[in-house]
Ligand binder design. Structure first.
Ligand SMILES: Cc1cc2nc3c(=O)[nH]c(=O)nc-3n(C[C@H](O)[C@H](O)[C@H](O)COP(=O)(O)O)c2cc1C
Length: 148
């Protein structure tokens, strides 16, 4: 059984919903998942003691990627999270009408790599709250579990 940290930032609840759908897939297979809203999370040494870290964040920019507000604040301290050598993956809800669909996923992945993390699954990018995308969520969760 692995211990997994999930941190999400979500304004209208879509990324939060996806977080809980992923959580369910992981807990169904016996893993322990701690889901934190970025609004309530402090990044300092947060990743310590976890086998994997999953981060979810929606995007709110127009031409440029703007991270969801709570996650943006959390992200300012991501250097102190202790991601070096950690297994990491990212997910988001977004809207394909925007130039950077789920753009925060790519920002999180790039930063995690820069901090020495290993990316263990392709970023999960979905429209809406994830309830119509069970197959994609299953693939993401399986990729994460294969790497544990
Ligand atoms: C002003 C504005 C900017 C947005 N920018 C983006 C964007 O750059 N990329 C994207 O995929 N979605 C964008 N969206 C859509 C939201 O990210 C989308 O509704 C998402 O499901 C919200 O997720 P949340 O409820 O977890 O915050 C934008 C929406 C608004 C209103």
């Amino acid at each position: 059984m692995a211990k997994i940290l999930m941190v999400f930032g979500s304004t209208t609840g879509n990324t939060e919903s996806i977080a809980h759908l992923i959580e369910k897939k992981l807990t169904n297979k016996g893993h322990e998942v701690n889901v934190l809203n970025a609004a309530d999370a402090k990044p300092e040494n947060l990743a310590q003691g976890y086998d994997a870290v999953l981060m979810g964040c929606s995007a709110w920019g127009e031409e440029e990627v703007e991270m969801q507000d709570d996650f943006a604040t959390f992200f300012e301290g991501i250097d102190s999270m202790d991601l070096k050598g950690k297994k990491v993956a990212a997910f988001a809800s977004g809207d394909r009408e925007y130039p950077h669909f789920c753009g925060a996923v790519d920002v999180i992945v790039a930063k995690a790599e820069e901090l020495g993390a290993t990316i263990i699954a392709d970023g999960l990018k979905l429209e809406g709250d994830g309830t119509s995308d069970d197959a994609d969520i299953e693939t993401f969760a399986n990729d994460v579990m294969k790497a544990l």
